[in-house]
Write a protein that binds this ligand. Sequence first.
Ligand code: ADP
Ligand code: TRP
Length: 332
Amino acid sequence: MRVLSGIQPSGRLHLGNYFSMMKRMIDYQANADLFCFIASYHAMTTVQEGPALREGIHQAAVDFLALGLDPDKCTFWVQSDVHEVTELAWLLSTSITVSQLELAHSYKDKIAQGIIPSAGLFTYPVLMAADILLFGSNRVPVGKDQKQHLEITRDICHRFNTRYGEVFVMPEPDILDETALVPGVDGRKMSKSYGNAIYFFADEKELKKAVMSIVTDSQGVHDPKDPDKSVLYQIYSLFLDEPGKAALADRFRTPGTGYGDLKKELLARVLDTFQPYRKRREELLASPEEVSALMRKGAEKARAAAMPIISKAREAVGIAPKTATLPKQKKK
Ligand code: ADP
Ligand code: TRP
């Protein structure tokens, strides 16, 4: 089974990214044919300075590698190093209508924020469909905010295959309920654009400030607390297994523990969970050459997987001659 996902290098990575996508991808490499990439072209829709994008790509690659993504066990590359994906995006763009793209929530949200949309922002989901279809992906692990993009990909796949023949594999979204929507410290979706994110590789001082600012209600130490309405409970649970979650819920309901103490425990969890990866991260950050070499190798592997599919798509739409069938060898 081929599992593929990508992440935009458009800022530091947070617990929402980690639990809904990064951790799951790292876990998948043991038992799936894993394809993971840094969505550099997509990030151009928001990061519009060359040095910032270059730095973001390096940092995202380093974070993934430091957390345990192993380029020997998967295919890990930078999207723009396999530029056939932009060609495929063009081939796919005639299999979706403008009015369908106008319905995309992420596009509508950006417009609602007053952003003047570039053509790139508008066609973002088409490039995303190309990422997925170019590699014959079966499954795509993402957070809930990407669900609609996956539906658009499936629509494009269906329309293209109906029109031109079975060229692409139909992908399935892979969204887990527990991590579909990780809340930020203010209770809204955790996002780097909302200033409510917990950046797991931040230093202790910054992490402490973020964790201590998680919103809570006014229940005191001696009051029972409702875990189901608590952002603190939701974030803390990400670090726990099922029995751990049940025990935490009990502690919420039983008077005696204050929010301050629970936050201190959560801070310790965050620090402990990411501590083992910090040293490797520092080493990689200091070795851009080593990281670039790994990414170049990854791009070669990715391109090898992409070539037969882009060739098939070019043939299907009629811009490349059909590959000549070789004459059968005579039996000796
Ligand atoms: P951001 O919203 O911070 O800009 P991205 O759009 O770069 O994050 O998201 C990268 C990946 O992380 C996607 O798979 C997305 O679904 C997931 N993701 C981002 N924020 C969250 C969140 N708060 N909860 C769950 N998944 C998230
Ligand atoms: N749109 C995704 C995000 O913002 C990133 C992305 C680009 C992606 N191409 C993809 C995710 C293909 C999964 C598959 O997070």
